[in-house]
Ligand binder design. Structure first.
Ligand code: ZN
Ligand code: ZN
Length: 222
């Protein structure tokens, strides 16, 4: 979750995101926009719960924008309908709009400007890394990807670069490993590097890494 003086957004909304928001007393009604890097369940499966909660329980009336790769609305509504049959046809009680993000086209949503860059991670549609501008602060986010030099562009001159780092050595294809990331550290020009999306092996070996690892509930001021 990224907040500025005049708005709040999410970078992805994975399966446990809604539970985590409740755990840390974050009211989902505060969120104005949700940016999806790609359409894998661990990055958007929290949305059916968030939407249904905001409709039936939160009784939201503020608008919500969901922006992601081509096909986001269809894939999300298919998931909503699997989990809660018939719900995809709900007349949402809040203005819900979808926006398609396109490679290297900067899109503005309230106080946020987001620029997607294509990365290497098959997921049924485009997979993006993001550069997110909020006021005069710049955040980079890798989404999911194996190493690509695109990440150098995404990280350049950022105040914070959040990158996946799934495995230590060997990884399923299309994810980043610590051993590969380490070789590129000198070219990543960011003020602060933060690792996320860690496998159990990475979590077990985090003391060997010497890089900052994201914690649930962690608050970062930029
Ligand atoms: Zn993925
Ligand atoms: Zn993932």
């Amino acid at each position: 979750m990224v907040t500025s003086n005049s708005g709040a957004c999410l970078l992805d909304c994975g399966a446990t995101a809604f539970v985590a928001m409740r755990r840390f007393a974050i009211d989902p009604a505060r969120i104005d926009a949700i940016f999806l890097s790609h359409l894998h369940g661990d990055h958007f499966a929290g949305l059916p719960f968030l939407l249904l909660e905001q409709h039936f329980v939160g009784r939201r009336d503020r608008p919500l924008v969901i922006a992601g790769p081509a096909g986001t609305e269809q894939r999300l509504m298919a998931a909503v309908d699997v989990f809660f049959p018939g719900s995809a046809k709900l007349a949402w009680r809040f203005p819900l709009t979808f926006a398609e993000l396109r490679e290297r086209r900067t899109a503005r949503f309230g106080p946020f400007a987001i620029t997607p860059h294509l990365v290497t991670h098959p997921s049924g549609s485009a997979a993006f890394a993001f550069r997110l501008q909020a006021g005069d602060r710049l955040i980079g986010y890798s989404g999911d990807t194996e190493w690509t030099d695109v990440l150098l562009k995404v990280a350049r001159d950022t105040d914070l670069f959040i990158t996946e780092c799934y495995a230590f050595n060997n990884s399923p294809r299309y994810h980043l490993t610590y051993n590969v990331l380490r070789q590129h550290l000198h070219e990543l020009h960011t003020k602060r590097l933060l690792l996320t999306h860690l496998s159990q092996e990475m979590l077990d070996r985090r003391d060997e890494i010497g890089l900052e690892v994201a914690e649930d509930g962690q608050l970062i001021e930029l």
